[in-house]
Write a protein that binds this ligand. Structure first.
Ligand code: C5P
Length: 416
């Protein structure tokens, strides 16, 4: 295979223990036909010797900004122009901060600043550093730049003994992202869903009992609205069918309000025919009162019975359409998350299920309905081999970041 034939990639390697994995990354990129120029920061050389990268890439490794010999060959400006893609893996908190704020004090950050090439960043650091406000703010800023793609971090055991997010994305996964970004006619960030129509349901539904009372749930709509924004940022036309929330609809979304599950069902079906991707984040009430009283119920009795009837399942009904869109469901569970999620994937005939634990997570942080952060587990059937189940964990992060990562995964699936 030579998916990257003649593509020119500057691979920036920063000082982190994951730097040893970048050697494998070079091997994979070269195997696909890419030309690789490795640029190491000074601290990266503490972890891996430049000779390793030189032997694998077939090019002298660059490190110093003021290296007269190297500048006489391909100077930093030529290097910036040469690159079709700049990939920084691993990217430390320090280099991420410099790129966010336009600091160019070494060869790698100077090349980033001087290049028009797309920048792909694979963060790698200790989980506590990853959660630091400064890092999170920088990541948030970078994720809004159309010329930047963030990959990872993955979660798991760390070299320092901690467990959590901060592991560099695996080389094979980074290779996939490179191929997707450098494909002929590939659209860059900001364009990758241009021409696609996406319908998102979000928020809770309200099921009226009488003129002043209703049944509902604690869904804030934040995750759904963040997904709407992330899809718009990739150029999609997004229809948001929202239950009542306190949030302002993202600019550019076609926003349709719905109060009850029945109303949401109707509104979704009015628009679904022309939709490519359906993302059901709404916390639709499972039941509604059989009868809505016309007058306020009086507290005349010690007990009160309200008979409930099951609401239609909007997502299952969409997934059962003969010409169904790509259907993504959410499974918010308090326990046994994976099993319930996989059951829903199968039972509702979905293309992908996004599972999260409500009210806590394995990392001990608050997740779920009302907060600004979450952690998600994605499960989907391989498009080529429907019997193969794929899974990916998106570690604890802001709902905005998770939405961006989810949209990245959807882009990968759609451009495979
Ligand atoms: O079965 P459960 O309610 O847990 O499934 C959750 C998923 O199904 C979510 O994606 C939710 O938006 C969707 N759903 C729906 N209509 C319902 C119930 C759930 O679209 N009546």
């Amino acid at each position: 295979m030579s998916d990257l034939k003649d593509k020119k990639i500057v691979l920036g390697v920063c000082g982190g223990i994951a730097a040893y994995k970048s050697a494998e990354l070079v091997r994979l990129l070269i195997k696909q036909g890419a030309q690789i120029q490795v640029v190491m920061t000074r601290s990266a050389e503490e972890f891996v010797k430049p000779l390793t990268f030189q032997a694998l890439s077939g090019r002298a490794v660059r490190g110093e900004l003021f290296d007269l010999g190297a500048e006489a060959g391909m100077g930093h400006i030529e290097l910036a122009r040469w690159a079709d893609l700049i990939l920084i893996a691993p990217a430390t908190a320090n280099t991420i901060a410099k790129i966010t704020h336009g600091i160019a004090d070494n060869l790698l950050t100077t090349v980033c600043m001087a290049s028009k090439a797309h920048l792909m960043i694979a963060p790698a650091m200790n989980q506590q550093m990853w959660f630091h406000e400064a890092v999170q703010e920088n990541i948030q800023t970078l994720s809004q730049r159309q010329t930047v793609t963030l990959c990872g971090p993955a979660a798991g055991e760390q070299a320092c003994g901690d467990t959590g997010p901060g592991r560099m994305e695996e080389p094979a996964q980074l290779l996939k992202h490179c191929i997707s970004l450098l494909k002929p006619n590939q659209r860059l960030s900001g364009e990758r869903l241009r021409g696609k129509r996406i319908l998102v349901t979000a928020g809770p539904t309200l099921e009226d009992i009488d003129p002043v009372r209703y049944m509902s749930n604690r869904s804030s709509g934040k995750m759904g609205y963040a997904i709407v924004q992330a899809a718009i940022n990739e150029g999609a036309h997004v229809i948001l069918v929202s239950g009542p929330t306190a949030l302002a609809a993202p600019d550019k979304a076609e926003c349709i309000m719905a109060r009850s599950a029945l109303e949401m069902h109707d509104k979704v079906f009015e628009s679904i025919a022309s939709v490519d991707i359906f993302i059901a984040t709404a916390a639709v009430a499972d039941y509604r009162p059989v009868n809505k009283m016309n007058q306020k119920i009086k507290k005349n009795n010690d007990t009160l019975m309200i008979e409930l009837i099951k609401n239609p399942d909007i997502l299952a009904d969409v997934a059962a359409l003969p010409d169904k869109p790509f259907c993504i469901g959410f499974a918010a569970e308090t326990n046994d998350v994976e099993n319930y999620a996989l059951d829903k994937l199968k039972r509702k005939d979905l293309d992908m299920i996004v599972a999260n634990k409500v009210g806590g997570s394995r990392s001990g942080r608050n997740t779920g309905f009302e907060g600004d952060n979450n952690e998600l587990n994605l499960y989907w059937n391989d498009l080529l081999d429907q019997t193969e189940l794929k899974a990916k964990k998106l570690p604890y992060a802001s709902k905005d970041q998770l939405a961006r990562q989810l949209i990245d995964e959807i882009v990968l699936l759609f451009t495979q």
